[in-house]
Design a binder for this molecule. Structure first.
Ligand code: GLA
Length: 693
């Protein structure tokens, strides 16, 4: 059916007169319709808080926990008293972070994910099933999700596992104090040993690729890290004051795993183990894996559910001294991405990022019904899709002869420009959903970011005729007369494999659209749909010609966060251009210029210079069709009405996903509305790896 719909669209596209803007013309800076679209009730983003209004670290006169924990666990000697489980100065949420005030314990937060947990070793790159599963279990040095509430002149990451930091006078060193006396969910102390194990044996180990992609260059080339004591670490940078690294230390680049559990399985410490053994040592079935997050996975039933219970060692409290989280249980039903929206609409789940444009009309219709169990807020920030072309001509991912030829095409300017001109973005948008929801996106930094510069942005219109001329001019012609272009020099028909996710209708529909529009300029694209984890693996191992990707990197939204991902800054960091077996990048001249622009951005603390650097980046990237942008659209957050403490104007994605920005550890259901949702009431996580005594 999808295909039929597409054939119709393509037919229509072919009959339409060619777009007036035949050449890539600089944007006229026309107002962004997404900003004005009638989509933003629930806007009202606060943007007025200081980081210190949200979180601080101090000792409180008294602490409390759910009565059943004290009664059934502490009083029976199954758990040490709360004061012994908390740090001397826990992280305290300020009342500004709690629009509905101090919460009530109990109940379950019911969520849905379309992903599946691969295992718990995120340090070695395993996915826990997305949808906010890992955000619920992982804690990172700093935190960025809630920054959407912070005043722009006071913007800097929130402290988290790093409770504070100071720069040396010259700005080359950053000393961080870690939270002192916090423990993993199995009671084992959290110290700089966990941080150093993550750094040396995971980030720096070329054979390990942690979830979130942290590598040696992610915190600046040549950066060093050392422990000065159990609760102090010191970074040394080549450049002075690289303040953006504080954003890198948030989800998901610096979220250490439990060294006491992981180290014995790492090949450097266990010669019997291979790297694959290490990665796979903690499969999803091995529940109760120690975490620093608010909840611990205690049960896993494949394709059914993940149950999490409260972490009795959690190190965050409310201003009244109540240990968090308020929710005793977190549930993730393992369904499809589409089901996430449907369950919230039906009132059987509590939270969803509506990001499937095909669902928008129905979600709005249902939200307008009196008595709808959920409320909706369309935020200005959402998602964008692009095709990434593999630019490594150096053997990354070990392409075969055909694959290598595709890489050489990808590295040809006229080819990238032609493919961009071939895309009828308006048709792509209409196929996802009718109405003003989805907009064309030609690639580069998104208009939503503070560093977007319209004048520096080359917008790629739809012009198949010009695309054909560009290909002809580059010698990429149909040399055997069968209607398909051949690899230059009389080679076989060009065949390009587009790797995409089958998991959402959006991905499938866009992939089919790309295939059809490429065919219109004589390029044969073969679709390769591979599910979540495999698709990520194909991406990070370089085994793709073209990759269809959403939000191709977080920096497209905020830029300050993850600027290193904007260009190939190091040999192993970039999404579509990495070093081959020789360890050397083969950057194109324009990529070198992009790297220089990003470097200038990162090296400067002067706002005007940073803006100028990003404008340069945008001009170079869009003129060279560095990525083939397709469409972008806003997202809506839908939340069950029983949930309290939801901040106003919460974007589904800005500094991080809504599951982080919403600060789930301090969400709650008022006592009068609680009841019945918990599947394992009265239980706490069991011990991990217990041996029968
Ligand atoms: C997936 C979902 C997003 C969000 C993230 C959180 O990518 O599509 O909406 O839930 O997981 O990790």
């Amino acid at each position: 059916m999808e295909l039929r719909r597409w054939s119709r669209m393509a037919g229509v596209a072919a009959l339409l007169p060619l777009a007036a803007c035949s050449a890539p013309a600089p944007s006229t800076g026309v107002a962004d319709p997404m900003a004005t679209a009638a989509l933003a009730p629930g806007g009202g983003v606060q943007h007025r808080l200081l980081p210190a209004d949200l979180v601080g670290f101090r000792a409180l006169p008294a602490y409390a926990e759910p009565a059943w924990v004290t009664r059934d666990f502490v009083a029976r000697g199954r758990l040490p008293p709360l004061a012994e489980r908390l740090p001397r100065q826990p992280l305290v949420f300020g009342t500004a972070a709690m629009p509905d005030g101090i919460g009530h314990y109990g109940d379950a937060l019911r969520q849905v994910t379309g992903g599946r947990p691969e295992g718990w070793n995120t340090s070695a790159g395993q996915s826990q099933g997305w949808g906010g599963v890992d955000i619920g279990t992982m804690e990172c040095l700093t935190r960025t999700g809630p920054l959407f509430m912070v005043r722009s002149d006071a913007l800097q990451p929130l402290p988290n596992l790093a409770r504070g930091w100071t720069w040396s006078a010259g700005g080359h060193q950053l000393t961080m104090d870690l939270i002192e006396g916090a423990r993993w969910s199995d009671g084992y102390p959290f110290t700089s040993d966990d941080v150093m194990f993550f750094w040396t044996d995971n980030v720096l180990d070329p054979q390990v690729s942690p979830l979130g992609g942290a590598g040696p260059d992610s915190f600046g080339a040549g950066t060093r890290l050392e422990a000065l004591g159990p609760y102090t670490i010191r970074w040394t940078f080549r450049q002075p004051f690289p303040e953006d690294v504080l954003y890198q230390m948030a989800y998901g680049k610096f979220c250490p795993g439990p060294a006491h559990v992981l180290r014995p399985r790492h090949p450097r410490h266990n010669p019997r183990n291979s790297y694959a053994d290490y990665r796979n040592a903690f499969p999803a079935a091995r529940v109760n894996f120690p975490v620093m997050g608010a909840w611990v996975v205690t049960e896993y039933r494949p394709d059914d559910i993940l149950i999490f219970r409260r972490n009795a060692y959690y190190w965050k409290v409310d201003a009244a001294g109540q240990q968090l989280p308020y929710f005793d249980e977190l549930q993730y039903r393992l369904l499809g991405w589409n089901d996430r929206d449907i369950q919230v609409i039906a009132g059987t789940a509590d939270l969803a990022n509506v990001e499937v444009p095909g669902n928008y009309v129905e979600v709005l219709r249902q939200a307008a019904k009196p008595g709808a169990p959920f409320r909706i807020a369309f935020g200005p920030r959402g998602a964008a899709y692009a095709v990434l072309m593999n630019l490594s001509g150096n053997g990354w991912g070990e392409p075969d002869a055909r694959g290598q030829r595709v890489r050489l095409l990808n590295r040809t300017l006229a080819f990238r420009q032609a493919v961009s001109l071939a895309m009828d973005r308006q048709a792509l948008a209409t196929t996802l959903v009718k109405g003003p929801f989805v907009l064309p996106y030609a690639g580069g930094i998104l208009p939503d970011t503070p560093f977007y510069n319209a004048a520096a942005t080359i917008q790629w219109g739809h012009d198949a005729a010009r695309a054909r001329t560009l290909l002809d001019g580059a010698g990429i012609v149909d040399s055997d007369g069968d209607g398909l272009r051949n690899f230059p020099g009389g080679g076989p028909d060009i065949e390009i494999v587009l790797t995409a996710s089958p998991d959402t209708a959006t991905d499938r529909s866009l992939a089919e659209g790309v295939q059809i529009f490429a065919r219109e300029i004589g390029l044969r694209v073969i679709l390769r749909f591979v599910g979540g984890t495999q698709r990520d693996a194909a991406g990070s191992s370089g085994q793709f010609d073209w990759l269809l990707t959403r939000n191709n990197s977080t920096e497209l939204i905020t830029v300050v966060q993850g600027a290193d991902a904007l260009a190939p800054m190091g040999p192993y960091t970039h999404a579509f251009h990495r070093a081959g077996p020789g360890g050397r990048l083969d950057l194109l001249p324009y990529e070198r210029d992009m790297v220089a622009a990003v470097q200038a951005f990162q090296d400067s603390r002067v706002p005007d210079a940073r803006r100028a650097a990003m404008a340069r980046y945008q001009a170079i990237g869009t003129a060279n069709a560095n990525t083939i942008g397709l469409v972008r659209f806003p997202g809506a957050l839908i939340v069950n009405r029983r949930i309290a403490n939801v901040p106003a104007g919460l974007p589904i994605f800005m500094f991080n996903w809504a599951e982080d920005a919403i600060m789930r550890e301090r969400l709650f259901v008022p006592r009068s509305r609680q009841g019945g949702a918990e599947l394992r009431p009265g239980t706490l996580p069991g011990c991990f790896d217990c041996r029968p005594s």
